[in-house]
Ligand binder design. Structure first.
Ligand SMILES: [Zn+2]
Ligand SMILES: [Zn+2]
Length: 310
């Protein structure tokens, strides 16, 4: 059974007879797609208030609303076969194989609907032109954009087009993920989503009653959250040479975890400081932290197709 994650739907309070710290945190939480995108839209709108990136954050709120509307208007995809899930588990592989992803009728319907919903967003002319290019793209060109997003490798000259493609893929993969059984997922590698094999957008230090202070990486594509060691590089797995930075005057809700082993950084979001945090929305809104790192010696390890060019 899938389970919503986040502060409004944290795991239930445990049996009080279970001593704190004795139970291991649940390994993974799968997304509940409809509330996920609705909540993200609301978060983008909230973050857009008095923010230097306000127009862009408002646009992304509209895009998240388009994702949410597309879910309501299209049938769910066929669930991944149980045998494939068990095969993946036996081989310590993610059950959703993004490198062999092929489109099907359910995805095509969703894609068209998501693009149609996106036309309703108020957006600058350049964005609207990019959206039209995606809508008019041949199957071959569309397939190439899909592969780019799934490979976390987006060409600089077509960032805007890929943003819409990523939005559709996020919905599709979140829906596939939501149909899985979280208890059948296994760790598949440092900084790798146990559901779809993708990189995290960042990680959350949660304040849930059952896992207070535990850390969960958040998948940029399918929305799975998976448990990760609190002080450890999500890019290379090193536990040595880890440091934390934040922008001047920050409230402690977002920090960059830097690694002196691989010279990468990724963002850590602290729900105790702000329990409305969304890893995707707050990643975009904390662009100042990425700009600060541009002059430093650490490269960004995380992937977020909405953080254009980073
Ligand atoms: Zn994933
Ligand atoms: Zn590292």
């Amino acid at each position: 059974m899938s389970r919503t994650f986040g502060p409004t739907s944290a795991p239930p309070i445990p049996d009080p007879s279970v001593l704190e710290g004795v139970t291991a945190p649940t390994f993974a939480y799968l997304p509940d797609p409809s509330p996920l995108f609705a909540r993200r839209a609301a978060r983008f709108r909230h973050l857009a208030q008095n923010h230097p990136l306000s127009p862009y954050l408002t646009f992304l709120a509209g895009l998240s609303e388009a994702q949410h509307a597309a879910i309501a208007a299209t049938p769910a995809p066929e669930p991944v076969e149980a045998a494939q899930v068990e095969r993946a588990r036996a081989n310590e592989m993610p059950p959703l194989d993004r490198s062999h992803f092929t489109t099907d009728a359910a995805f095509d319907t969703l894609f068209e609907r998501a693009l149609a919903e996106a036309t309703k967003i108020e957006q600058p002319e350049a964005a609207r032109t990019a959206l039209e290019r995606v809508r008019m793209a041949s199957d071959v060109a569309r397939g190439e954009m899909i592969r780019n997003v799934l490979a976390s490798s987006i060409p600089e000259e077509a960032l805007a087009e890929h943003l819409y493609v990523a939005a559709a893929l996020e919905v599709h993969f979140a829906r596939l993920a939501s149909q899985l059984d979280a208890s059948r997922l296994v760790p598949v590698g440092d900084g790798v989503c146990p559901t779809c094999g993708g990189p995290p957008v960042g990680s959350l230090i949660v304040n849930w009653p059952t896992a207070h202070g535990a850390r969960y990486c958040a998948c940029a594509l399918c929305g799975t959250l998976w448990n990760f060691v609190r002080v450890r590089c999500t890019a290379c797995g090193s536990t040595a040479g880890i440091g934390y930075q934040e922008v001047e005057g920050g409230n402690g809700a977002v920090k960059a975890e830097t690694c002196d082993t691989c010279h990468a950084y990724s963002k850590v979001f602290y729900l105790a400081q702000d329990d409305g945090l969304d890893p995707v929305a707050d990643d975009v809104a904390s662009l100042a932290l990425d700009i600060k790192q541009k002059d430093g010696s650490y490269r960004r390890a995380a992937f977020n197709p909405f953080l254009l060019g980073y």
